[in-house]
Design a protein around this ligand. Structure first.
Ligand code: ASP
Ligand code: MG
Length: 450
């Protein structure tokens, strides 16, 4: 059986209309047996606010109302709302209960349990929309198969266990019906609900595709694929039809929409092709990310990642010494910090932090405790307000003239950090966030519109 996993993001399942369009997309491909949904647009943000300590009783009631209103609006448009009304009611009461219990006991486990309810709602509703269209479909609780560790807010899936559980509980269902399940959430070995971090649904889809040995993963969002750059920054940006995994892995942002490369890693390592397209306009096509592509241009895209944090570490102990970096990275790893770029000199190390490095409840990972620990063996300076601009393509490190061309464009700007050479697929520069738009548009003009 050839299986396609289709993931629909928050805007794609925002309301009944949107769900209806997505259901049509599912129905056009008989191989689409697994549908992964995000929470309806806005719901996770409302749930996050419910978990905050400062929410008073009035605000709590308001938030509960707003969530219920988004979900009931969809329910009310169903032809047979009674089929799922009781299930939806149960989820909404659970949200109310959990938010109340949080005011007594702020456990991370309860926070995750609460955040997970948005995806529960949308999966129940989406399955109902599919059934209305004559498809055999049901909602499936992904916690039966998405086994993770117990790092609430940012849990790590356990690949082998997920694979085994999918073979046991999910695969046998697929010959009979289309399964609608939740992105973003999982469960640890004890059965406690966990979340994979904000925006985690793409990752869920890729993980399920890997576990089910799917032939493709489709990521349906609100942009028609990956663009040569964000069209808001460069009006002449154009969609890319096909891009290699290696290039995609170097891209921090895809078009106007972030699709962090780590999220499709399971598909990449399993060589499963990934499609990105717009559920609002599926007729526009989208971008295929494949292991092998027919065309490998030097310049493929310019990507930008904002809100970057630069850590500069200085220590004389680094002089002719061993192990300083090992110690630093071990400290960062203990604090679950993922490092993105790194440059070094004899007594300094600069590194940027991976922006996806905040947990589901939105807490920054650059904690006081971490800074204190680092300060014990070096002087730490933190710079914020930076943006990372990446030129993505092929043979960048081995083609003469690339740097001359790029730095000519960068001439009027202060470049805070440069990373080039490690990968044939990119050249990255760190600039002030306030200059990022200008840098991107100038680079796009020079490299793609010439
Ligand atoms: N609903 C979750 C979020 O908003 C996960 C996702 O949409 O991917 O972060
Ligand atoms: Mg989302």
């Amino acid at each position: 059986m050839s299986i396609v996993v289709a993931k629909f993001g928050g805007t794609s399942v925002a309301d009944y209309e949107a769900m209806n369009r997505c259901a049509d997309i599912v129905l056009t491909n008989a191989d689409t047996r697994v549908v992964v949904v995000s929470a309806s647009s806005g719901v996770t943000n409302l749930l996050v606010e419910l978990t905050q300590e400062c929410v008073d009783e009035d605000r709590r009631q308001q938030l509960l109302k707003s969530i219920a209103s988004i979900q009931y609006k969809i329910l009310d448009e169903l032809g047979q709302p009674h089929d799922v009304a009781a299930r939806l009611d149960a989820i909404l009461s659970k949200i109310a209960c959990l938010s109340e219990s949080l005011s007594q006991n702020r456990s991370k486990a309860t926070i995750d349990e609460l955040l997970a309810q948005g995806e529960q709602c949308s999966s129940v509703l989406f399955a109902a929309v599919l059934r209305e269209k004559g498809e055999r479909a049901s909602a499936f609780d992904v916690r039966q198969v998405m086994r993770t560790d117990s790092h609430f807010g940012r849990a790590e899936p356990q690949i082998e266990a997920v694979k085994q559980l999918c073979a046991e509980h999910l695969l046998p269902l697929l010959s009979e019906q289309c399964i609608v399940t939740q992105g973003f959430i999982g469960a640890d070995e004890q059965g406690a609900t966990t979340t994979l971090g904000r925006g985690g649904s793409d990752y869920s889809a890729a993980l399920l595709a890997e576990a089910l040995d799917a032939s493709a993963v489709e990521i349906w969002t609100d942009v028609p694929g990956i663009f040569t750059t964000d069209p808001r920054l460069a009006p002449n940006a154009r969609p890319i039809q096909e891009i290699s995994f290696n290039e995609a892995a170097e891209m921090a942002t895809f078009g106007a929409k972030v699709l962090h490369p780590a999220t499709i890693l399971p598909a990449v390592r399993h060589k499963i092709q990934v499609f990105v397209g717009s559920s609002k306009a599926p007729e526009l096509g989208g971008t295929w990310i494949r292991h092998q592509v027919s065309d490998e241009p030097i310049y493929r895209a310019v990507a930008v990642r904002r809100d970057q944090t630069l850590l500069n570490l200085h220590s004389l102990q680094m002089l002719h010494a061993q192990g300083f970096l090992a110690e630093t990275f071990a400290t960062l790893a203990r604090h679950k910090i993922s490092v993105d770029l790194i440059t070094t000199s004899e007594v300094n190390v600069s590194l940027t932090l991976d922006k996806t490095g905040s947990d589901s409840a939105g807490n920054s990972l650059l904690s006081e405790a971490l800074l204190q620990e680092l300060s014990q063996h070096c002087r730490v300076r933190v710079e914020e307000g930076l943006a990372l601009v990446a030129i993505v393509g092929n043979k960048i490190a081995t083609t003469a003239g690339v740097c001359r061309r790029v730095f000519k464009v960068l001439e009027p700007h202060n470049v805070r950090m440069i990373c080039q050479g490690a990968s044939p697929h990119n050249l990255c520069v760190l600039v002030a966030e306030s200059e990022a738009a200008q840098v991107v548009s100038a680079l796009h003009q020079n490299l793609f519109e010439g």
